[in-house]
Structure formats: C-alpha cells, structure tokens
Ligand binder design. Structure first.
Ligand code: ATP
Length: 364
C-alpha cells in the first residue's frame, strides 16, 4: 500500500551540446491502490518518467516520493518497486519458477519454502501453475507476459510499473490481458503506473490517465473527464477514436466563419469566446459521434460531399471534407451513400468544443 508523488520531476539528457528535456517538471499525486496510465505519442517521455520512478534514470531536478518519503537517492533495488517490461525480460536459461523466484531470493529473507509457496500461489492465480518447469522459449507470448507479471507480483511491491506490457501480443490477447491486469490490480490493490501509447488501452484501464506531450503534462483526469473536458486541442485530438474533427474559423460578432463553415454561436458562447480567446481565430472541434445527419441546409449545418463510406455495422463512418480538411462523422445505422453524394451535417452547439487556435487552450 503506497502513495507515489512526483514533484516537478525533470530529466535532461545531454546529447553532445544539445540537451533533450525528456521529462519537463511533471507533478503528479498518485493515490494508494490507484491505477494510473501514462499515455502520449512516441517520444513524449512516458518511459523516462517510469524509469525515474524505478530509479533506472537519475533525476535532473524535482523529486520522486513514496508515502511522502523522497526516494531520489535510493537504489532501484531498495525502492520496493516491481517493473514489467514490454519485452518481458525473462532469463532464457531459467525455468518459469526460477524466473519468478529469482528476485525474491536476491531481495528478501524469505525461506525457500515461503518463496516456493508464493511462486506457486501466484502462478495459480495467473493460470500458469502447470508451466512452472518450462523455459521461456517454450511459452507463448501471453504466457511469457503472465510470467513477467508473476515475477512482479511475488515480490509484493509497494508499486507496480508497467511499460507497454501488452504491445507484443496480438489484438485479441491484448484485450483479454487488459481485463486480467485490471482485475489483478484491483484484487492486489497495488498502486500501479502503466505506460502505453494506445489511447484505447488508457481509456479502458486507467482510474485516471496522464496525458503527456513533449515531456510536459497536458492533463490528468479520469478517462471520461479527459474525453468530455479536454484541456486543450492536443488532448481533444488524442483521446477518442476516430479522433475529434477540427475546423479553424475566424470569429467575429458571434459568428465563426471559414470558406465552408458559417457557425452562429449562442450569446453565452459568443461572450465566452470574446473573453477567453487571445486572437480572432478559434478552432471548432466536434467528435464524429456527435455529428448528426440533416436533411438540408439549416442552423449549425454544413454542406459537403461524401468522400468515403465505411460501414461498421451498428454505425457508418462518413468521410467528408471541410476547408480541405478530412473529417469523419459516425452516424448510427447503415447509410446508403455513394462517394460524391451531397450531404448536410449538423454540429449541435451543445456538443461542440471551441479552442483558442493560437494557444490550443480550451475555451469551452
Ligand atoms: P516511446 O513511446 O517511443 O517509447 P516515450 O514516450 O516512452 O516514447 P521516452 O523514451 O521517455 O519517450 O523518450 C523521451 C525523449 O527522451 C525522447 O526524445 C527520447 O529521444 C529522449 N531520450 C530517451 N532516452 C534517452 C537517452 N538515454 N539519451 C538521450 N535521449 C533520450
């Protein structure tokens, strides 16, 4: 049981004369037993953040603390943290049982019998009880991943760190293991930080998600908070699949205007835009599932032509263009359109998001 705090944690890598700020003053309070997912595009600093917590990288400035005690100077083995890696990092010459017990033998004073019992009960829990005498090369990807998890669990650590642990598994197994890891984490109640670049994984697994870009924290919140109330354009575009559509408009006298869009805002929204926007350019965002099919021209409605139709079963993705930008609407049911057909699409005002185009900040 443990809390984990990062306070302005920063990591600079000195590459020749060119410093790379991999982690840029990240502050984060993780609660006891919480499942936190760090998510963001490649190179945003997820793994480095995890390695700072594990002690595998030295921190350039700021602090990492467990249960309010700063651990910046503690060696990885003294931090009581267990890490699960993407490539499993199993010893090929050791059996499953030896792989799982090795860390325990090195780091604890448990008796051989106690270690054996812990390994066996953990293996049972993970459904690999009958594989204990096999070597890793005789295991499937999913089984290897379970062994790697088992090795972390037997140590009974204060914190689990997981770095893209499912990325080497096929899609079906990945979905299954996602649920398993979540259930396991809830059962064990161990504070967990999980890294992924996959926003679906983040949305489905995290109690809260932490969205990073260029080493900087963009937003921390529950998956639904980040989905419904993104703090900026980056988060809005990163969370959700298919992604939110964006259209850049010039705002004047309550109207957002571009070549293809003429959007009249309510007086409350117009006042908010006037108050919050730092320039006259705003970005209107709408999620594909919030776009409605209209029968003709009307308020908050755009006209376009169908580029591509993707029937998904319960809904249809309609691809169209506005101002030269590709957009997609997810409309319920099976639609019978052809490429080139004219369509009218409504962007309901209660569903739209508006951002300052200069700063990317959310206005509403
Ligand atoms: P990915 O999803 O691709 O694994 P990531 O979000 O985990 O990416 P990091 O691996 O933390 O990103 O890297 C963050 C930044 O720090 C990148 O620009 C990377 O090139 C740089 N970086 C990471 N490790 C080192 C290192 N040892 N030396 C120099 N630069 C590094």
């Amino acid at each position: 049981m443990a809390t984990l705090e990062l306070d302005e944690a920063t990591k600079l890598f000195q590459e020749d004369d060119d410093p790379v700020v991999a982690v840029d003053e990240i502050s984060l309070d993780i609660e006891d037993s919480e499942f936190i997912v760090l998510v963001g595009p490649s190179g945003c600093g997820k793994s480095t953040t995890l390695r700072l917590i594990a002690g595998l990288e030295t921190i350039s400035s700021g602090t990492v603390a467990i249960d309010d005690a700063v651990i910046n100077d503690e060696k990885p083995k003294d931090r009581n943290i267990a890490m699960v890696f993407q490539n499993y990092a199993l010893y090929p010459q050791k059996t499953v049982s030896e792989n799982m017990s090795f860390g325990l033998e090195m780091a604890t004073d448990l008796s051989a019998d106690e270690i054996k019992e812990r390994v066996e009960s953990t293996a049972e829990m993970l459904g690999i009880g009958d594989l204990l005498n096999r070597k890793p090369n005789a295991l499937s990807g999913g089984q290897k991943q379970r062994v790697a998890l088992g090795r972390a669990i037997v140590r009974d650590p204060k914190v689990f760190l997981m770095d893209e642990p499912l990325s080497n598994l096929d899609a079906k197994l990945r979905t299954k293991m996602r649920t398993e890891i979540q259930e396991l984490q809830k059962e064990l109640g161990v504070t967990t930080v999980y890294v992924t670049h996959d926003q679906t994984e983040a949305m489905t697994m995290g109690d809260r998600i932490v969205i990073l870009k260029d080493g900087k924290l963009q937003q921390v919140g529950t998956p639904l908070e980040c989905y419904y109330e993104p703090t900026n354009i980056f988060v809005a575009g990163f969370i959700g699949s298919p992604s939110m559509n964006f259209s850049t408009l010039v705002f004047s006298e309550g109207i957002g205007q571009s070549d293809d869009v003429h959007y009249s805002f309510s007086s409350e929204h117009a006042a908010e835009i006037r108050k919050e926007s730092e320039s006259e350019r705003i970005t209107l965002g709408i999620r594909p599932e919030d776009i409605e099919l209209a029968s003709g021209q009307g308020e908050h409605t755009v006209e376009s032509t169908v580029n591509v139709i993707e029937p998904m079963g319960k809904e249809t993705y309609v691809h169209f263009e506005l101002d030269g930008e590709e957009m997609v609407a997810a409309i319920a049911g099976n639609l019978h359109f052809d490429a080139g057909d004219t369509i009218y699409l409504r962007f309901p005002e209660e569903k739209i998001h508006v951002f300052d185009s200069e700063t990317g900040r959310t206005i509403f």
